[in-house]
Design a protein around this ligand. Structure first.
Ligand SMILES: Nc1ncnc2c1ncn2[C@@H]1O[C@H](COP(=O)(O)OP(=O)(O)OP(=O)(O)O)[C@@H](O)[C@H]1O
Ligand SMILES: [Mg+2]
Length: 470
């Protein structure tokens, strides 16, 4: 970019002047500073896009400068000048977010190339920023849609915490978009090019969860035939989402806390620890404070994860977003199923707006997916809604023991419907203890989990329609 501002930081005056002259000669605007502290002042006052800085300087060195720059809202491309033999520190600096480094004595051709790349990178970032702002004004942030006050507040919070490394606890009912929030936090951070790994603590049997999260060495336990990395290692330099954190065994929670605090990890059966650099996010659809009170969630882990809390509102509390979310879902579904649905008619929209959405956006998504498949093209109409849609959800009352502990299925129901009903009833009887329910049902926890995901809350409608026939 012509006229990009470059700040040059170097304690040795002669080298500083030489560099400034060189860089100005290439068409950049330049300013100079003699150490990190002076550089910080200049950054605030002059707002350069690129900083070329020496590593070893009095008062504040290059690493410290990088750290301090990381705390500022505006991001710069930092290029480090390193003395020979200090590659280790340069690599450490890259991990802290430096853009690139170049060895001294500076090779002008190489510096020119790095500056050109950095300048191009700045340009795309600024464009992205601009597009993001435009989209945001239209109610879109990543894959999240919503212009309501509630969603806009969430967007602002996400944008504020995304660039930092703090842990975030994402709460909210099932299907409200907690995982989408986690992905968005990752995508708006510098960790974006690195992996985003989501692990569902409720879908892994207790005996395997530590192996899954921390990894294991060959022979660490019966069945450990090969060494295997855990989620932490898979997410190295990226983001790890621990979903349904309250379902993680308390003993594992203690280990997890240690890994987060010490940023060191030991695979099961391993002798040595390794350092880890992972941003940890967690999600739960239960009230975390209640989970702490009833002993499902360790208080110390809760405080560690809850540095920031993002609470997703249930869809019924921001119904004004339904039309926009609907539009996004329609576009998705048309593509996924190769359909050409153009919208929904008035009557259907009215029914969507008056529904209570116990399964939140996931239920909306499932409802629309079904309708799109049925309809194919043109406008969706009420007849494309599932039978019993929007009617009161029937739940067995406490004094109705028979219906609480049994399912009755009439001939005419499909096997899928019967299965769904049985699964939901079993879960109810285990008070939502999925491990126990899977045992009773004779299916794996993973299968149970997949089924529940598949149902979303569209299951309420079907479960209810069967119950009504009973
Ligand atoms: N605001 C939103 N805009 C667009 N799509 C959304 C929004 N919120 C959720 N979705 C969609 O709804 C579905 C459910 O979202 P997600 O899986 O993130 O929910 P969740 O809160 O993690 O649920 P659970 O507690 O059951 O895991 C996804 O398909 C997601 O793409
Ligand atoms: Mg989820």
């Amino acid at each position: 970019m012509a006229g990009e501002k470059v700040l040059i930081v170097e304690d040795e005056l002669h080298a500083l002047m030489g560099l400034a002259e060189l860089v100005s000669g290439w068409g950049y605007r330049t300013e100079t500073a003699r150490d990190g502290a002076e550089a910080l002042d200049k950054v605030m006052a002059w707002q350069p896009g690129i900083i070329v800085t020496d590593m070893k300087m009095p008062r504040m060195d290059g690493i410290e400068l990088l750290n301090r720059l990381g705390e500022l809202p505006d991001k710069q491309c930092v290029i480090l000048l390193t003395a020979q033999g200090s590659i280790d520190r340069a690599v450490e600096a890259m991990k802290l977010g430096a853009y690139d480094f170049i060895q001294k004595p500076v090779d002008p051709t190489r510096l020119k190339m790095i500056l050109a790349n950095a300048s191009r990178q700045r340009e795309t970032e600024l464009e992205l920023d601009f597009t993001r702002r435009r989209l945001r004004e239209r109610g879109v942030l990543g894959s999240l849609v919503g212009s309501s006050r509630k969603m806009q507040d969430i967007f602002a919070l996400i944008e504020r915490v995304a660039p930092s490394n703090v842990s975030v606890l994402i709460t909210g009912e099932s299907g409200t978009g907690k995982e989408v929030v986690a992905r968005t936090l990752h995508e708006l951070s510098t960790r974006k090019p690195k992996p985003f790994v989501a692990v569902n603590c409720a879908a892994i049997p207790e005996t395997l969860i530590e192996a899954e999260i921390f990894g294991y060495e060959k022979g660490a336990f019966t069945g450990a035939i090969e060494r295997s990395p855990g989620c932490f290692e898979l997410a190295e330099e990226g983001t790890l989402l621990l979903d349904e954190i309250g379902e993680m065994p308390v003993g594992t929670q203690a280990k997890l806390l240690r890994v987060i605090e010490e940023k060191r990890l030991r695979r099961l059966g391993a002798k040595i620890e390794k350092s880890t650099n992972v941003r940890v996010l967690a999600a739960t659809n239960k009230d975390p404070r209640e989970a702490v009170d009833d002993g499902h969630l360790r208080a110390d882990l809760f405080y560690r994860l809850n540095v920031f809390n993002i609470h997703m509102p249930p869809l019924r509390e921001h119904k004004e977003d339904i039309p926009a979310i609907l539009e996004a879902i329609l576009a998705d579904m048309n593509e996924k199923h190769e359909r050409a649905v153009t919208g929904v008619d008035k009557e259907m929209l009215a029914r969507l707006m008056s529904h209570d959405w116990p399964g939140n956006v996931r239920e909306l998504r499932n409802t629309i997916e079904r309708a799109v498949i049925l309809c194919g093209e043109g406008q969706l109409e009420s007849r494309h809604l599932p039978p019993g849609f929007g009617e009161r959800v029937l739940r067995p009352s406490a004094d109705d023991a028979a219906s609480a502990n049994s399912v009755q299925v009439e001939v005419g129901a499909t096997v899928d419907e019967a299965e769904r009903l049985l699964i939901l009833k079993t879960l109810e009887s285990t008070r939502n203890n999925k491990t126990r329910a899977a045992e009773i049902l004779g299916i794996s926890l993973k299968t149970l989990h997949n089924k529940l995901k598949e149902y979303g809350s569209a299951s309420f409608a079907s479960a209810e329609s069967i119950e009504e026939r009973v």
